[in-house]
Design a protein around this ligand. Sequence first.
Ligand SMILES: Cc1ncc(COP(=O)(O)O)c(C=O)c1O
Length: 479
Amino acid sequence: MAELLRYERLAADLEGMIVQGMLRHGDRLPSVRRLAEERRLSVSTVVQALRQLEDRGLLEARPQSGYFVRRAAAVRALPDARSTPETAVQVDVTQRLVAVLRAGSLPGVAPLAAALPAPSLLPVAALQRLYAGVARRHPRLLEGASHIHMDEPALVRQLVRRSLAWGGPLDAEEIVVTNSCTEALGLCLRAVTQPGDTVAVESPGYYLMLQLLETLGLKALEIPTDPRTGMSVEALDLATRERRIAACLLVPNASNPLGSVMPEEKKRQLATLTATRGVAVIEDDIYGDLHYGSQRPWPIKAFDTSGNVMLCASFSKSLSPSLRIGFVAAGRYRSSIALQKTITSGGTNPVTQHVLAEYLESGAYERHLRKLRRHYERQVASMSEAVIRHFPAETRITAPQGGYVLWVELPEAIDATALHAHAVAEGLAFVPGELFSASGMYRNCLRLNCGNPHSAEIEDAIRRLGALISHRLPAPITA
Ligand SMILES: Cc1ncc(COP(=O)(O)O)c(C=O)c1O
C-alpha cells in the first residue's frame, strides 16, 4: 500500500480515534498550533488534515473556537439510494411486524425496536398538572363531545400560530384534529384512494404506512430514497408518466428510517409535479420539530399552491405517545377527511386537546423542544459510535438529520430477518430492514431506536448484537 502523506497520516489517526470513541461527538480538538507542535508538523499540514476531515463531515470548524467532532457516522456513511422494482405490489407486512414489535417490548429486552422516546425525556409532571387544571376549570369538556364541532378552537389557534415558523400560516378551516398521526394518515388515504389504487412510497419507508396500504387494499410503488435528500423526484416524475398514481405518501423531514431531510428545492419540485399530474400528497411531518439543524425544515405544504398537500403530524415523538393527539391540515380534501373522521371516531378527546393548547400557549413546548432535539442528536451520535465500535467494518449507517432512529446496512451476507430470530432468543431487539419495503428489499439492513439516553445496557446490547453478526459472517478466504 502506498505510504500515506503526512497530512493523511494525521487525518487517519484522528479518524481512528473518532471510530474508537476516544474522540466523541461535540469534543473539541487541540488547537492547530498545538497539534503542529506535538506532531512535529507544519501548521499548513495540520490544516490540510483537518480540512479533509471537515469535508467528509467528521469535523466542524467553529469560528474563533476551533475544530469540533461532528459525528462518527460519516466514517461509515451509507451510499446513495438503491434502485427499486418498477411495478407496484400488494403489501403483506403486518403479521411479521406485529411479531417483531411484540418481541421487542418483552421485559428485559433493550429498547431498540419500536421508535419510542424514553419516559425520562417527556414533561410528564407538567402534563399531569395541566390535566388536573383543565378538568377543574372547564367542566363542560367532560359533559359531552360534539360530532359537529370536533376541533377545539384553542388548539387549532395554536397549530396555526406554530405553522408561521415553517412557511405557514395554515388556514384554520383546513385543520382536522385527530387521534394521533396514524389516524390522520389513514383518514387521508381513505379520502383520496379506492381499493386497488397505487400509492407511491419511500423506499425504505415507514412500516406503518405499508400496513395502512395493506389493510386498505392499496398497492405500493416504492420510489428510491436517498439517505440524505429523501425521495427521488426524478423517479417519481418517471413513475407518474407511466401509470396512474392516486397518492404519494412520504416523510420529507427526518424520514423514518433514514433520517433524511428533503432540500427545499426538491420539495418545491415535488409539490409542482404532483399538482400537475393529479397525484394527492400525504406528508407526515411528525419529526419536523425534531430537526438537528439551526432552522426548522419547511414541509412540502409550504410550497403547495393548490391545496393538494395534506400535512399530517402529532405530538407522539416530541411530547408523549400517550396523548394520541395529531392533526391533518387537509387543503382541498378537508370535507372528505372531516367526513372520514366523523364516521371513524367521531372526534378527539376535548380535554387532551385543551391540555395541549395550554401547553403550547405557555411557551413550554418550545423550551422543551430545544432540549429534546439536543438529547436525540446526542443519542443518535452515541448509538452510531457504538455500532461503529462493535459491528463488522463493512457496516454502513445513516447520518440522520433529525428524529431518533438509525438505519444500519450490514454486510451483504447477513440476513437481518434470520439474525432477528437469534437475537430475540438472546434478549436483543431491532426491526429487520425488509419490513420497510413492500417488495422485501433491505434484507441485510436493520433499524435501531435511539429514543433512550445511551446507557451501559444499550452499549452492551449493541456489543452482543455485533458479536452475533460477526459470528454469522462467512470466514475470510485465505490464500
Ligand atoms: C413517520 C411516523 N409517522 C407516524 C408515527 C406514529 O405516530 P402516532 O403515534 O402519532 O400515531 C410514527 C411512529 O413511529 C412515525 O415514525
